[in-house]
Design a protein around this ligand. Structure first.
Ligand code: ZN
Length: 379
């Protein structure tokens, strides 16, 4: 009896050893950190891992285009920002952006006494960091003139920011244009009571020197500017204009993504982004709201929402709507407001003879004070 038990014990040990050696190498290495050979009684690091995780944003293809999340307006210590260029890049990458422009002010550099280098420096520092994570960095600068009469303008896709630093405001913009820059009129409603187009900007429009406009900047939405963007066929932009850090400021909180521009691209590249900006294929995303041209807004909704019939009774049909995107929807239909959070599903029912629902998307602006009305077809 005793021998029998011993034999059974030996057999069990052999079986366990056999199981261990037949395991794939990766499984054998899957020791907890504390029991691994890396255990150091002198010092244990917390946390034990060395990578930070990116929050991935999800967007289905819209009208056949890939959707890229971009911030075209940010600052570093090389103008009046408070962070080093590296941090701007890692913050954007971790927050799910695909591309960003560093747009340090040409004319306003309060840290110049400590950081007396040229206007391309923030880009040159950030570019290798961006390359290491496959993040697309756009070379840019902000032309910063008197807000009440001239305004601020971002020049994107420039070659060299230094020649743009000239006294004459129009010349500065013309120089950026010569470099084939994409020029955005920044925050037209900032620091003014009434948002209107002044003589200087009228002249720039006449000369084709403005291609995009911020309808949202940092924490301000300018509904009137959305009407200008539609009427003048400009790219509709939302940007953070971040100076401090995104996380601890007002820019990102409780399920609200930082302000960004969603760009509908033919390819995942800088030239893809540029082509889409020139063609005006953008949506401004801010505070869980969108602003876009009507056809693009409709395309975004159609791509993002999947409506499925799940049940029918004698009188009613029951459906689910699934949101396939990282943007939430506020939908008014069937006499009530339905909140459909990012990547979630809600249910609703309609009388048996209904073939569609008339939805008003309360969080999608398509003109100054107009939101998107769009029918969803039911089977
Ligand atoms: Zn700015």
């Amino acid at each position: 009896m005793k021998n029998n038990i011993r034999l059974r014990g030996i057999l069990t040990i052999c079986t366990l050893l056999l199981m261990f050696f037949s395991l794939p190498a990766s499984a054998q290495n899957k020791n907890s950190f504390e029991s691994s050979k890396n255990w150091n009684p002198n010092k244990v690091y917390f946390p034990q891992y060395s990578s930070e995780a990116r929050e991935n944003l999800t967007f289905p293809k819209v009208l056949g285009y890939e959707v890229l999340a971009c911030d075209f307006h940010t600052h570093t210590v090389f103008s009046d920002g408070l962070v080093w260029p590296d941090l701007r890049v890692s913050e954007a990458w971790l927050g799910g952006l695909d591309a960003m422009a560093l747009t340090d002010h040409i004319e306003y550099r309060p840290h110049k006494g400590f950081l007396n280098s040229d206007h391309n420096t923030s880009y040159e520092i950030a570019k290798p960091i961006a390359d290491q994570v496959g993040f697309m960095l756009i070379k840019g600068c902000e032309i910063t003139r008197k807000q009440s009469t001239l305004g601020h303008f971002n020049a994107l896709f420039i070659n060299d920011a230094n020649p743009i630093a000239v006294d004459d405001p129009k010349q500065s913009i013309v120089e950026a244009h010569k470099q084939n820059a994409f020029i955005i009129w920044n925050h037209p409603g900032w620091a003014v009571d009434t948002t209107y187009i002044k003589e200087f900007q009228e002249d720039l429009f006449k000369n084709g020197l403005i291609q995009g406009i911020e309808v949202y900047n940092n924490s301000e939405f300018y509904p009137r500017v959305l009407a200008w963007a539609i009427d003048k066929k400009l790219a509709i932009i939302a940007a953070s204009d971040v100076h401090g850090n995104v996380e601890s400021g007002v820019l990102k909180s409780n399920g609200v993504l930082r302000p960004m521009t969603l760009v509908l691209t033919k390819e995942h590249s800088l030239s893809g982004i540029r082509e889409a900006l020139d063609a005006g294929r953008t949506l401004a995303l801010f505070q869980n709201r969108l602003a876009a041209k009507q056809d693009i807004a409709k395309g975004f909704v159609e791509a993002s929402l999947s409506v499925k019939r799940v049940f029918s009774s004698e009188k009613s049909k029951f459906y689910t709507i699934t949101n396939l995107s990282s943007v939430p929807f506020m939908m008014f239909f069937n006499n009530s407001l339905h909140e459909l959070p990012a990547l979630c599903t809600i249910t609703f029912s309609v009388p048996l003879d209904s073939s569609k629902i008339n939805v008003n998307f309360e969080n999608i602006f398509i003109y100054e004070n107009r939101t998107l009305a769009h029918d969803l077809q039911l089977d």
